[in-house]
Design a protein around this ligand. Structure first.
Ligand code: HEC
Length: 689
């Protein structure tokens, strides 16, 4: 526990807040001093260091047994819910899937206003994963929302009225926004996603007052025949080969962004390249800067300061976009302002915030693509067989493409000195696609089918399906301290508190509290739905609250997902309505195989290009989208066409493919899916997602 700052808050001090009074504005000074406002939660990570630690200590290991629901709110969308709420001046603000915003009286749950940016269902196809949103930023009397369709929207925090909105992306390309904006020095920082779908990544700064674009930093070079936007990109050009890269791009800034008032730098992580396979994207090699990197730029100008490339020449979807966190830590006797990230690639990194010097890099889970990180060069020492693009041979790699730790917020307790990391043990089978053709507007992975043999050679204890855990990591001793019991297959965000507790949900449908020192589970709440977002804590009138956004499929797409905000306090009196019986699972009941060999081939190809991305991702069906082998529409050519071509379910995010192909392809996909469904039926019990 070699932490420099030890924040000991003995009593809960809470400002007397009254909703009737003109609410105080969130100024730059208040944001910098957010630690002096333990009762509020002013930015997604609570404070600029994004430690997600609440200094409130009313709820403790001793009394957490009395923690109970005090109010809840139901939402109207059954897609994934990933946001951390903000709590400002007695109001709680939360975003849901489809970028909707809801405001409540934080004490009573009384709805105050809501805002729907009317993101069209058709934009669902622009993203890789889900139409989620991870939260808001606040400044002055405004809230800032990144909408899924690429708009940055400023709302009046008191009324929910739009103050201004700007389009931050080229609508001809598949850009989306799921991450939370950050605010500092009167500027709003916002990134975007879409790497495998062929977009060039960047982060932008807008004037918080009027939405004027102030600067933009691109993460990968543009057209090499033109001057690059800055000298850092000119240099980055030499790390690329071929001519695909500047047409497809990649390196999107879709989650982790951190502003530090001490260095006055903005830090952000960049995503994978387009396509995934390094050899397909940059045929003569090269590190491909600034993919999979942590980058520091000047907050005022966007000027490059330093970068650390976490996974050079990357092929496994190891985005470096996971949340970033700052703390003052001591390494080798020297105090450093330390930027931390638990990366998708399985290593926990600590970097000096001013210089980017690598302070620590250690595997926090089984890693098979590299043996270790060379602390002299800062580069991973790779296992040659893992580079399937080079060898041409399929290979199983840990972590898998899901990543050991993705967007799920981690938390640092200055009291224990531990970082609480929600992580997943995964494995993926990777193989190159020798026939890869670059495409605009749909998933570009350049991955082929690896075949089940690859998985057979895995060690016995390797995870055949993903296994999620909560890990307490000591960043200074550079080792694991404890881990929870298994938490299902998907990670969930964490919150630590001065009450000696760590809160974390689970996709199985729980919210739990663990003792921060040893991981002993002390409390659990049955949430009736999967919980993946991170909880937050606030206080009003001397009472501490825990707020958790819930809503994620627990079984499959057709299991009701009770998207809800759950708010707890000691001796709360609210109760959820009974969950009710789950509907029976859809039966696997396809028609008999039909169609020709040509149709089968066309169907498989169409499926791989246009449908896999949602209906069958690289890491298995996650319940976010229907498993079409179970669809009753396999029995109806007309019904299938109505959905796939005429857009019958477009408002629900199943877009029309009319612009991309015709009835021939639609019917061919039905032929192909029918065959897959019959194969699954033959294999007795098809594995349910
Ligand atoms: C961007 C994500 C996305 C992509 C890409 C996508 N779908 Fe869908 N699809 C969905 C969603 C979401 C639903 C569920 C809609 C609902 O709630 O009813 C769905 C539902 C369906 C259904 C109805 C299933 C049922 O039983 O009700 C069919 C059929 C379907 N999709 C076919 C396809 C085909 C064929 C492709 C490729 C050509 C495809 N989809 C690509 C998101 C997608």
């Amino acid at each position: 526990m070699t932490t420099i700052t030890s924040k000991i808050v003995l009593t809960v001090t809470v400002l007397a807040l009254s909703l009737g009074a003109e609410a105080a504005e969130v100024t730059g000074k208040i944001l910098i001093g957010a630690d002096n406002e333990p009762g509020q939660w002013l930015s997604v990570g609570r404070t600029y260091d994004e430690q997600r630690f609440s200094p409130l200590n009313q709820i403790t290991a001793g009394n957490v047994g009395q923690l109970a629901l005090t109010w809840f709110a139901d939402f109207d969308t059954n897609r994934g819910q990933e946001a951390s709420p903000l709590v400002i001046n007695g109001r709680l603000y939360v975003t849901t899937a489809w970028s909707k915003v809801f405001a409540y009286d934080a004490k009573t749950g009384k709805p105050l206003w809501n805002y729907d940016p009317q993101v069209s269902g058709g934009t669902g196809i622009k993203g890789c994963c889900d139409v989620v949103n991870r939260g808001l930023a606040a400044f002055g009397n405004k809230l800032y929302l990144g909408a899924y369709d690429g708009r940055l929207i400023a709302l009046n925090a008191l009324t929910g009225k739009v103050e201004w909105q700007v389009d931050t992306v080229d609508q001809a390309r598949s850009y989306t926004i799921t991450g939370a904006p950050r605010v500092a020095n009167g500027k709003v920082f916002i990134g975007n996603g879409g790497a495998e779908i062929g977009v060039r990544g960047y982060i932008s700064a807008y004037d918080a007052n009027d939405g004027k674009l102030l600067w933009r930093f691109f993460t990968v070079p543009g057209d090499p025949s033109r001057p690059q936007e800055n000298t850092a990109l000119e240099k980055a050009l030499s790390t690329w080969t071929g001519d695909l890269f500047w047409q497809l791009g990649g390196g999107t800034v879709w989650d982790g962004i951190l502003y530090d008032p001490v260095t006055n730098l903005v830090y952000f992580g960049t995503g994978n390249g387009t396509p995934w396979v390094a050899e397909a994207r940059s045929p003569q090699g090269g590190d491909n800067l600034f993919l999979n990197s942590i980058i520091a730029v000047k907050a005022d100008t966007g000027e490059y300061v330093w970068h650390y490339q976490v996974t050079p020449s990357e092929s496994w979807d190891f985005d470096a976009t996971s949340p970033l966190m700052m703390a003052e830590l001591v390494f080798n006797g020297d105090k450093h302002r330390t930027l931390m990230q638990a990366d998708k690639n399985g290593f926990f990194y600590a970097l000096d915030a001013a210089t980017g010097q690598l302070l620590a890099a250690d595997a926090f889970t089984t890693v098979t693509w590299a043996t270790h990180v060379d602390m002299q060069t800062g580069r991973p020492v790779e296992v040659p067989a893992a580079h399937f693009g080079k060898t041409g041979q399929p290979v199983a790699v840990q972590p898998g493409a899901q990543g050991a730790h993705s967007w799920h917020p981690m938390s640092y307790s200055p009291n224990t000195g531990f970082v609480y990391v929600p992580f997943v043990e995964t494995v993926s089978a990777f193989a190159p696609d020798p026939n890869y053709k670059a495409r605009q507007g749909t998933a570009n992975t350049a991955m082929g089918r690896a075949g089940p043999e690859v998985m057979k050679n895995l060690p016995e204890d390797a995870p055949r399906t993903s296994r999620a855990w909560l890990l307490a990591w000591d960043p200074v001793a550079r080792k694991e301290v404890w881990r929870s019991d298994m938490r299902g297959t998907i990670a969930s965000g964490a919150l630590s508190t001065a009450g000696g507790l760590v809160f974390q949900g689970s996709q199985k449908g729980e919210l739990n509290a663990f003792r921060d020192s040893d991981g002993k589970q002390l409390w659990s709440f049955a949430a009736q739905t999967g919980v993946v977002a991170a909880p937050v804590s606030y206080a009003i009138d001397g009472e501490q609250y825990i707020a958790q956004l819930a809503g994620y499929g627990t079984r499959d797409y057709y299991t009701p997902n009770h998207s809800r905000l759950l708010v707890f306090k000691l001796n709360g009196k609210a109760q959820l309505p009974p969950a009710g019986e789950l509907p029976p699972p859809r039966p696997l009941n396809p028609p008999a195989d039909f169609g020709t060999a040509d149709q089968l081939m066309l169907g498989a190809e169409t499926w791989n290009v246009y449908c896999v991305m949602c209906h069958e991702t690289a890491y298995g069906n996650r319940g976010l989208f229907p498993d079409l082998r179970y669809s009753p529409l396999l029995h109806s050519a007309e019904g299938f066409r109505a959905v796939v071509l005429d857009g019958a379910l477009e408002a629900r995010g199943m877009v029309s493919f009319k612009q991309r192909f015709g009835a021939l392809e639609a019917e061919a996909v039905r032929v192909y899916l029918t065959q897959r469904a019959n194969q699954a039926k033959l294999a007795a019990a098809a594995p349910r997602p």
